[in-house]
Design a protein around this ligand. Structure first.
Ligand code: SF4
Length: 494
């Protein structure tokens, strides 16, 4: 084997779409190229041993925020034991600020941006000469029709056991400064008929779990409708063997035609990831995020009331201009809209993103190590940011897990953020931990906290018993829901 394409995925269930794109576009080099994926946490020496067993001449690594530290170790070992192997890096983590990175220093070549065309071209040069002079190669961005689609490269094992990532478009026209996609000039669509033909082939091979990585699925409504119709047709034809689809959508753009299609999906077949990030108009304007908050709220409400879609809504703490009170108001507003999950993220300084322009004016301090989370800014000090980080972890354990669906409304009361922050602070004081708390212990602690706040002992026991009995579904602000479809969707959210 001459060329290996490798990466460390964050979980086994995540099959790398980027590597499959590279493999699909290797041209005459494809027969001598193969994929070898790993999962983070693998021992670096074991990874190196397995890679070298193929006696490759080139190894291309997909480098992401979640694997850059481990990949750096792997590249360092490779350069010691097999310096003759050319190491080529690609991926978002090494597409910007290349001068500062140890992994770039260790590697032979880097392809920044899109690799579909530039990576195979670089491999040709490495293998047959003339030897590339430059270390950093800016990835060419060809028209999407010139890129071969990779979906036939999903193996039967991928289809049986892993989430299949697909994309109907690349890029985003919006400019939210904390997001790497803000550097795209626009969104580029793939040929829709060709894409749907690939989905059809995957479905015929047994694929049932499709996760769209399009940054804004509902940008072009005509295309969105055609894709939704594809899934509705499959659901109608195979009601006992349903498909599941996950899309990222912008919340303030749901025309009636799209709503009509969404409303037709049965429970457990559709999931939306919706970025709100902040409800504060001043913050939105500071980070160049265009969002009509009223429309966004109305659409989330509509989705909750008129569709069966599972809603996973994102908020970010630590944005410039956002203090604790403003974040709390946004959080409470979102809880009141009743999404099934609130993904409470802490701002990260992704390499290349324009958010750094606020560094001085907002006194933003970021962790220098991946994932480069914010540690403090002019409105939220380090200690408070730490409380928010713990809030996010406990929120995942208690709310997003769905394990306390009946008890959660009692915890949140009429001041969800303040009450959950109080619980979070108390839990940390009791346990000194934000992970590895056994469910039984967590339930006992929640009960103790509720009783300490004057909750009726019997009501608390009944609610926790209902949760414990496995009747719990996903939380919403005040409602518990049936568990089955949501449990299926949990796989999709992985
Ligand atoms: S946050 Fe979403 S809408 Fe904003 S630039 Fe990124 S992908 Fe686009």
């Amino acid at each position: 084997m001459t060329i290996l394409l490798s990466t460390l995925n964050s979980r086994y269930s995540h099959a790398s779409l980027g590597l499959r794109y590279l493999l699909a576009n290797m041209g005459e080099l494809q027969p001598s190229t193969r994929l070898q994926e790993f999962v983070i946490g693998a021992r670096a020496a074991d990874v190196v041993e397995r890679l070298l067993a193929h006696q490759p001449r080139i190894i291309g690594f997909g480098v992401y925020i979640w694997n850059v530290e481990e990949t750096t170790k792997i590249v360092a070992l490779l350069k010691r034991v097999a310096p003759q192997v050319a190491i080529v890096l690609g991926g978002p983590e090494v597409s910007y600020e290349t001068q500062e990175q140890e992994i770039v220093r260790l590697a032979d070549y880097v392809v920044t941006g899109w690799g579909d065309v530039t990576f195979p071209e670089l491999c040709r040069q490495i293998l047959t000469g003339p030897k590339p002079l430059m270390k950093i190669h800016a990835g060419a961005q060809p028209p999407l029709v010139d890129i071969r689609l990779p979906y036939s490269l999903y193996t039967d094992e991928d289809i049986a056991h892993r989430t299949l990532y697909v994309e109907a478009s690349r890029g985003c026209p919006f400019k939210c400064e904390f997001c790497l996609s803000s550097l795209d000039k626009t969104a580029w669509p793939f040929d829709l008929d060709a894409f749907l033909a690939e989905l059809e082939a995957l479905h015929a091979r047994g694929a049932r779990l499709f996760k769209f990585v399009d940054r804004t699925f509902n940008l072009n409504i005509k295309s969105s409708l055609k894709i939704m119709q594809f899934f509705l047709d499959k659901l109608a034809a195979h009601p006992d063997d349903p498909v599941f689809a996950h899309f990222e959508v912008v919340p303030d753009h749901l025309p009636d035609a799209l709503k009509d299609a969404i409303a037709k999906f049965p429970p457990g077949t559709l999931q939306f990831e919706i970025g709100i990030q902040s409800f504060n108009p001043d913050v939105q304007s500071l980070v160049s995020r265009k969002q009509n908050n009223e429309k966004a709220a109305a659409n989330i409400r509509w989705l909750r009331e008129h569709s069966q879609a599972h809603l996973h809504v994102d908020l970010i703490a630590g944005l410039p201009g956002e203090d604790l009170d403003s974040f709390a108001r946004g959080f409470d507003q979102l809880v009141a809209l009743g999404p099934h999950e609130i993904q409470f993220g802490i701002l990260k300084r992704l390499r290349g993103t324009p958010i750094i322009r606020h560094t001085e004016s907002c006194k933003m301090v970021f962790d220098p190590c991946p994932p480069y989370a914010i540690l403090a800014n002019d409105r939220i000090d380090f200690a408070t940011m730490q409380r928010l980080v713990r809030f996010a972890r406990y929120w995942d354990m208690i709310a997003n897990s769905g394990r306390f669906a009946h008890t959660l409304p009692l915890i949140l009361g009429d001041a969800p953020f303040a009450n959950f922050l109080a619980l979070s602070d108390w839990l940390y004081a009791q346990t000194d931990a934000t992970n590895r708390i056994a469910l039984e212990r967590l339930a006992a602690l929640v009960a103790e906290w509720l009783r300490g706040r004057g909750a009726d002992v019997e009501i608390v026991s009944t609610l926790l018993a209902s949760d414990h009995a496995g009747k719990a579904g996903r939380i919403t602000a005040g409602k518990a829901e049936a568990a089955t479809p949501q449990r299926q969707m949990r796989h999709l959210a992985a």
